[in-house]
Design a protein around this ligand. Structure first.
Ligand code: DAH
Length: 350
């Protein structure tokens, strides 16, 4: 036997359910039936007034009604939510028939690319790639590299002075040798390279620039000799220019190395026969290098009786010009995408 009141509420609910066509209506329906003063809630609170014999039946009927409400509510809710979602997806859909917007692609700076190649080779040999300041102190750029004030070698490295005579734009990356040793506090081994910008007072043309890049290198350990230096440079040269390219040392002079050498490589273009790239000599100079001068080691806190090292400085533009057959240095600093793309493509084809 069903209770009349329950019957009424159930009928009312049936009618109301038919009118629901929005999530909002559904929530209102919930309030109407299950809210504080909701119709089902009220039936529930009437259970206590029902006579004992009918209580169980009444309670079960109310429960059934509530359960069927919940079922209806959940089903409808899912339905509405799915509808909202698919409408949103439809709105967000990408119109693949639209013509594409042309995004112009960049190209790596050719000089940076060469530097990255060199870094890779040295990293594979256990070197660190370090950085140093471009605004440098005279002390590091010259004095601690064994080039005291008034030394004639300074003439060839005239640069831009920032404040008085002590603060300048570094004329070479060699001061990073000193900085690295000072930081190393007498510990070995030191194995570092430092690619970076350098500056000199120069008029810009196809082969000169007031700003250029060097790749400095320093190794400090026990019993380091010129043959270690040569072997190391040979690995780099072969990786960059090809396995048949040879390395040779010519005696030279730098204040911070003793002995000092110029590093030549056999011309990869004519294989030593003589061409315009090697100026008919069969050899091309790519770096200065040598065994670190005892004074430099000592000034930077390394006992020259105990430790020795080699150092080198590659001219980055020169290497890139050789590798990519570029005749004008200014290409590197134009930042003209068309030029960068040409080299990128050529590299990709080779
Ligand atoms: N710093 C030198 C220059 O700018 C190049 C150089 C030569 C660097 C010999 C070195 C080196 O580390 O050992 O001309």
């Amino acid at each position: 036997m069903k209770n009349e009141k329950i019957e009424q509420v159930a009928n009312q609910l049936k009618k109301d359910q038919k009118k629901i066509d929005h999530l909002r209506d559904l929530e209102n329906l919930k309030v109407k039936y299950l809210g504080k003063k909701g119709l089902i809630t009220e039936l529930n609170s009437e259970i206590k007034n029902v006579s004992n014999e009918n209580k169980k039946e009444f309670g079960m009927a109310v429960n059934e009604l509530r359960n069927s409400f919940h079922q209806f509510y959940e089903e409808k809710k899912n339905f509405f939510e799915e509808a909202i979602l698919s409408e949103k997806l439809a709105q967000d859909a990408i119109d693949i028939s639209l013509p594409a917007v042309c995004v112009s692609a960049g190209a790596p700076n050719i000089l940076e690319k060469l530097i990255e190649e060199v870094e890779e080779v040295f990293l594979s040999m256990g070197y660190d790639v370090v950085d140093g300041p471009e605004i440098e102190q005279d002390k590091y750029n010259f004095e601690m590299l064994n080039i005291p004030k008034g030394h004639p070698a300074r003439d060839a490295q005239d640069t831009f002075y920032i404040e008085g005579e002590e603060i300048l734009l570094r004329s070479q990356t060699s001061p990073v040798q000193v900085r690295t040793m000072l930081e190393g506090k007498g510990e070995v081994p030191i194995r570092m390279i430092c690619p970076g910008k350098t500056y000199r007072r120069d008029d810009d043309d196809a082969t000169h620039s007031h700003q250029f890049m060097q790749i400095e290198g320093l190794l400090v350990d026990k019993n380091i000799s010129l043959s270690d230096l040569k072997g190391t440079i040979d690995v780099v040269v072969k990786r960059l220019f090809g396995n048949d390219v040879e390395t040779r040392f010519r005696p030279s002079y730098y204040q911070f190395t003793e002995p000092s050498v110029e590093v030549d490589i056999s011309c990869f273009n004519c294989k030593g026969k003589g061409c315009s790239i090697c100026k008919k000599t069969g050899w091309i100079t790519i770096a200065g290098a040598g065994i670190v001068h005892p004074n430099v080691l000592r000034m930077s806190g390394y006992d020259p009786e105990k430790w020795s090292g080699f150092a080198f400085g590659f001219g980055a533009e020169r290497m890139a010009m050789l590798k990519y057959d570029i005749s004008d240095l200014r290409v590197f600093y134009h930042t003209d995408l068309r030029e960068a793309k040409i080299f990128d493509r050529e590299e990709g084809l080779s």
